[in-house]
Design a protein around this ligand. Structure first.
Ligand SMILES: [Zn+2]
Length: 421
């Protein structure tokens, strides 16, 4: 037996040397002999402003952009995390898909407030995420985090007071979001899924990195800490690309961010200037969303609906059309938007700070989002500026799903740059 295993070991070593770079990551021969269908991997680097690519610290992203396609992508309004991640996987603007903020209320569910921890399906059910469409078409999916991927999408409450729901769909493989799962573990999870036998292997995967956003909030977009975080996430994507190559796994990578980042400071704040007993505040910061309390409508409107330095306010139905925002019942009655770099506050800051924020005008350069797509489906080229509602239609093309006519975007920006499958 010892002899036999020596021969086998020698043969394996020869095989590894013959066809392996790097040898340590070479998969076993059984995997090598299998022709793998491409996997589509949607990667979000939260808060990665488009111009971070020019800092010279992201060799993997720069290489992928040079091989595939890239272009400036506008987030949807408001340029917040949950609204935009839901747009990226539904093809609809927040006004239609219902995730109109990172924090919101719904008159149909009094007393409840949506936060980034909310997974009750009714918040999410207005627009179908692409993993549900893929699963319905027999395409297996897996998500290493994505806002909404932990929700039993489409399910209905049976006993809402107990949080009981019936039906609904999630990705085949999914993980409850936990920031403590580090980036190496996230990449390893994707690669482990792709090592499975073909029948159990996902063909659509999402991968989410929060670090660039977290550091951007804490230190501001112009900080060395953000540059370091961008370099670290780039290295993780490099590990993913290397791992895919070692598995001989063809992959179409679609790498996006949800929004950019704007530098804020204690010297650029706008007090709301309203008596405390006159309004109910949903959210303040880059924008303020609030409802006047009964009897205080005239006071609130006369205070806010007039010109202000660095801020504009509207009734929800009068928000300028280019924002495509204001029709959803979950949007508060009065909406104020600060200029980039400014913050709307209830109370003046008591300590100096330099930080980062997003949520501003989605057409401002500070909010510009990352977009890179590379893999066998893509030619090389650049795309003119486009809206992130076009990403889901592109993903549908990559997965072979038919176009949907009820989305707010389409695949027009990419058509000439896709290779026929
Ligand atoms: Zn974000």
């Amino acid at each position: 037996m010892r002899w036999t295993s020596r021969i086998a070991a020698a043969a394996l070593v020869a095989l590894l040397q013959a066809c392996a770079t790097p040898p340590a990551r070479t998969p076993p021969p059984a995997v090598l002999s299998e022709a793998r269908p491409p996997v589509t991997i949607l990667i979000s680097i939260d808060g990665f402003r488009a111009d971070y690519l020019q800092r010279g610290v992201t060799p993997t992203l720069t290489r992928l952009a040079a091989q595939g396609i890239t272009g400036p992508m506008r987030p949807s309004f408001p340029s917040k995390t949950f609204p935009n991640h839901w747009t990226l996987v539904t093809g609809m603007v927040p006004d239609r898909h219902g995730i109109v903020g990172n924090r919101m209320e719904d008159a149909g569910h009094p007393g409840e407030t949506f936060t980034t921890a909310s997974d009750a399906p009714y918040w999410w059910n207005a627009a179908q995420p692409i993993w549900v469409a893929a699963e319905q078409a027999g395409i297996r999916t897996g998500t290493v985090f994505w806002p909404g991927a932990n929700v039993a999408w489409g399910s209905r409450a049976t006993r809402p007071d107990h949080g009981d729901y019936a039906g609904g769909a999630r990705p085949h493989d999914w993980l409850q979001y936990n920031q403590a799962v580090n980036d190496t573990q996230r990449v390893d999870t994707v690669l482990d899924w792709l090592r499975r036998p073909q029948a159990n292997r996902p063909r659509f995967v999402t991968l989410y990195f929060d670090r660039v956003d977290t550091v951007g909030h804490a230190h501001g977009p112009n900080s060395p800490e953000v540059t370091r975080a961008a370099a670290e996430v780039d290295a993780q994507i490099g590990t993913l690309v290397d791992g895919l190559a070692a598995l001989r796994q063809p992959a179409n990578l679609v790498i996006v961010s949800d929004h950019g980042m704007s530098e804020t400071s204690d010297t650029r704040v706008i007090p709301l200037g309203l008596p405390k007993d006159s309004y109910h505040l949903i959210e303040a910061g880059p924008f303020a969303a609030l409802d006047p309390l009964p009897g205080k409508e005239a006071l609130v409107e006369s205070t806010l609906l007039k010109p202000h330095p660095h801020m504009a306010c509207w009734r929800k139905g009068e928000i300028p059309a280019r924002f495509r925002y204001g029709g959803n019942p979950r949007i508060a009655a009065i909406f104020c938007l600060a200029e980039p770099r400014w913050m709307i506050v209830e109370k003046l800051p008591d300590v100096p700070y330099t930080r980062g924020e997003h949520g501003y005008d989605n057409q401002s350069s500070d909010m510009a989002a990352l977009f890179i797509a590379a893999g066998p489906a893509f030619r090389h080229g650049t795309v003119p500026a486009f809206d992130n509602v076009d990403v889901t239609p592109l993903l549908r093309d990559l997965l072979g799903l038919p176009p949907r006519t009820d989305m707010d975007g389409d695949d027009a920006p990419f058509r000439a740059l896709l290779r026929p499958s």
